[in-house]
Design a protein around this ligand. Sequence first.
Ligand code: C2E
Ligand code: MG
Ligand code: MG
Ligand code: MG
Length: 285
Amino acid sequence: RAKQERYAGYRVFESAMDESMRARRALETDLRRALALREFSLVYQPQVNLQSRRVAGFEALLRWRCPRRGPVSPLDFIPIAEETGIIGPIGEWVLRTACRDAASWPGDYTVAVNISAIQFTNRSLVATVVSAIADSGLDPRRLELEITESVMLDARGNALAVLQQLRGLGVRVSLDDFGTGYSSLGYLRSFPFDKIKIDQSFVREASDDRGNRAIVRAIASLGASLGMATVAEGVETEDQLARVAADGCTDVQGYLISRPIPPGEIEHFLAESRNVIDAATEVSL
Ligand code: C2E
Ligand code: MG
Ligand code: MG
Ligand code: MG
């Protein structure tokens, strides 16, 4: 009888596996069509420099509205796009679109583009960046590429060479979600990043966790001594803003300033940004 139950349990497990495999396949099928059917769009989230209290730039964030599923989070579809290689053409579309959008902005704001580890290991990344810059006419110094620590592990010896080629073009490179991966402080010394983005989890939980706050402070101070800017991600409240400012972060990004906005609203946001930033920083800075 025990054997029978085990067998039944296994069958349940097996059909659950089938189910999730089918769901992944279906998502993959929809994802493959999404680019051609123009289902992707970009939204832009402002980054504010705390010293100047001005908008420094915007991070491009990918959105997918599938006609059948509705909006799908990048947290759900990017991993599948990476596993299946679809991230290649999607990532190129993001890069080209973000450069073109940024070239039309009324000011020399930077545009930050997320680059997945798969793209980074691909030989064509540098060529694609060169071509996106040339086609859009964007000043390469206005382009920032955000990569995560996993890139440094995946790309092995090649990562440093790619980083140096990109920086040779004038492009800036940020280390995203710092503190969540297999963080090694050694990366910061060996790789020439311009900016460290401190993961939201440290910013968010700082209120009730002295340990997180100590981490933010340590990263900000390390960044300062290495000549790197430090961005606090996911700042939602005035309290959090006051803390990360006191802890030495140079820039902030988060819902307190603005949620990511569609490209058509950027001009309006910029026109209002003085008031928005003053209101957000009134109490805390
Ligand atoms: P990320 O690069 O760390 O982007 C920050 C994420 O935090 C974004 O989520 C943003 O909307 C969210 N966020 C910003 N401020 C706040 C806040 O105050 N509170 C909260 N709760 N969230 C905030 P999103 O747009 O869902 O993107 C999630 C992740 O998907 C990104 O994390 C990035 O890793 C990936 N991703 C997004 N677009 C792209 C892309 O074009 N290419 C690649 N390879 N990855 C992308
Ligand atoms: Mg990012
Ligand atoms: Mg991040
Ligand atoms: Mg992230």
